[in-house]
Ligand binder design. Structure first.
Ligand SMILES: [Zn+2]
Length: 436
């Protein structure tokens, strides 16, 4: 232990030195291009905080950040954008994506299209992180046009590691040994497992399947100690949703899986979308207690409604599951649980825009949320669930200038998020489209 600590410290010192030299070298050779300041005049602002839109607003962007949000038109900037008739909102986040399974060329083309479709941040919740981390790096330094990419490593019990998806995203390792796809068995060294997940670049760990409550609790303690954010499927079998809340998880994926809080236990994790929806009413005491504890412990819900209601997750149980997950999502909103919009399918054939627009429409038309509530779920709510709302998800001074301008009021009709006029990434206009 002493030896590895010493080595880690020495390595960090060497990296710090190289980094300092590297920065000096780069800045001498090629100064980082600065983004010209941009003033968006006279726009109607939907700031991501959930309040009603404000018209006649001027938003100044400088050095990639929002510098000011005012009603006065006194600011000067290198560039000006006339915002009359336009609605400005934070760029959208898709808080549930998977970036494995495509070639680099296909994936970077998709990410560019997704950015142009109004999505400025995505959260990869299980993939081959060698691939995802390189995409994230390329996006960060401007090699590709892409949303900002955050990502999680996956932990699961031994039963999960025959799944073909985990085998495909662990090539070169025995399934379960890859730092980003880690099997957690009774003898697993959790200190090392969490440290290696961090080493793979993940800022969070996703608990996926086949873990019991005691193991989930031990992972939670170690993740807290190493300052790694913990997220999970809404059930991981045999651990229930409330076991995940108790372990310190900050984001639960898939509203439908919450039914396992009251469904008869099964060790069979592939059945996770087949809870006892008739026996566990969405407005009954079991779900009320669970949602209240999510609210009290600041645990966000990522509902993924479209994929089960209309997408590839729709099956013979959909007629029971769909109204249940709509009702539980609505109830979560009413009880003050943070909602984080995310699709689990970044794009789909036949829709030129990223699927987050469809998800927002289903959250309104199916679950009965207001357009303003679902915009908040795709902006501030998602940023909060990912732990980055101090920098992203709202339009306010000091926040990263990732913005979307649309041609009609999305708080009246959510389909207006599709009427994209400009997309701004870190203060730079990266896409503009004519009105339609
Ligand atoms: Zn997923």
């Amino acid at each position: 232990m002493f030896d590895s600590t010493f080595r880690a410290g020495a390595t960090a010192a060497v990296i710090a030195t190289l980094w300092a030299l590297g920065v000096a070298f780069v800045s001498a050779q090629a100064p980082t291009p600065t983004v010209p300041s941009l003033l968006i005049r006279n726009v109607t602002l939907v700031d991501g905080n959930g309040g009603t839109p404000r018209s006649g607003v001027n938003v100044l962007l400088r050095e990639g950040l929002v510098a000011s949000v005012t009603s006065a038109a006194t600011e000067e900037a290198a560039l000006t954008l006339d915002g009359r008739g336009l609605f400005l909102l934070p760029g959208l986040t898709d808080a549930h994506v998977h970036l494995s399974g495509m070639s680099w060329t296909e994936r970077t083309a998709q990410l560019k299209r997704v950015l142009q479709g109004g999505v400025t941040m995505v959260y990869d919740v299980a993939s081959d992180l060698r691939n995802t981390s390189d995409l994230a790096r390329a996006a960060l330094v401007g090699e590709i046009e892409s949303p900002t990419i955050l990502y999680a490593a996956l932990f699961a019990g031994p039963a999960f590691f025959t799944d073909p998806r985990v085998v495909a995203t662990s090539r070169g390792y025995r399934p379960g040994d890859a730092p980003w796809n880690r099997e957690i068995a009774p003898g697993t060294d959790l200190v090392r497992a969490v440290a290696e997940a961090r080493g793979a670049g993940a800022t969070s760990i996703k608990l996926y399947a086949a873990l019991d409550a005691a193991t989930v609790r031990r992972i939670g303690e170690e993740a807290t100690r190493q300052d790694v954010r913990l997220i999970a499927h809404s059930t991981v079998f045999p651990a229930r949703p409330s076991d995940l809340v108790a372990a310190g998880v900050k984001y639960l994926a898939h509203a439908a899986y919450l039914a396992w809080e009251g469904s008869p236990p099964t060790p069979d994790f592939p059945r996770r979308a087949r809870g006892d929806f008739a026996g566990v009413p969405a407005d009954g005491p079991v779900m009320t207690r669970l949602l209240q504890s999510m609210k009290d412990n600041d645990v966000a819900l990522n509902p993924t409604l479209w994929i089960f209601a209309e997408g590839p997750g729709k099956d013979d149980l959909a007629s029971l599951r769909t109204p249940w997950m709509f009702a539980v999502t609505k109830r979560a909103q009413e009880m003050g649980v943070t909602l984080a919009a995310g699709v689990d399918s970044l794009t789909a054939p036949g829709d030129p825009l990223p699927m987050i627009h469809k998800e927002l429409e289903v959250m309104v038309a199916g679950a009965g949320l207001t357009p303003l509530q679902v915009i908040t779920a795709a902006t501030r709510g998602a940023a909060h669930a990912l732990g980055v709302d101090d920098q992203r998800g709202t339009v306010a001074p000091g926040k990263v200038a990732d913005l979307l301008l649309v041609g009609a009021d999305p708080t009246v009709n959510i389909r207006a998020t599709r009427l994209i006029r400009h997309v701004i990434k870190a203060g730079r206009i990266v896409h503009s489209a004519a009105p339609r």
